[in-house]
Design a binder for this molecule. Structure first.
Ligand code: SF4
Ligand code: SF4
Length: 87
């Protein structure tokens, strides 16, 4: 895992709607359906992805493609990094 990610506390796994596509292999009980689309279920706080455990992805090998594609130059990531002042 990237050093920045270790310090970030998995900011990208909170507060985002993570859409799951047809080719993804996410376990079904981690999913919720909204408007005919699949999304990662959230914890009771309605913010945190259900798969996030101790700031790590508990389904890392089966995480959605959108999570695989999320990179350190993503605007949301850069904004989180700036807020935490380590860019
Ligand atoms: S928001 Fe960015 S720095 Fe934080 S965990 Fe996600 S990819 Fe890493
Ligand atoms: S599936 Fe894993 S990487 Fe994707 S948002 Fe949830 S905890 Fe984060």
């Amino acid at each position: 895992m990237e050093e920045k990610c270790l310090r970030c506390g998995a900011g990208c796994c909170r507060g985002l709607s993570i859409e799951v596509c047809g080719n993804d292999d996410v376990p079904l009980d981690f999913l919720v359906v909204r408007n005919r689309a699949f999304y990662m279920r959230k914890r009771g706080d309605h913010v945190t992805c259900i798969a996030l455990v101790d700031d790590k992805c508990s389904i890392y090998d089966r995480r959605p493609q959108v999570c695989r594609d999320f990179s350190l130059d993503n605007p949301r990531c850069l904004s989180l990094q700036k807020r935490k002042r380590y860019v």
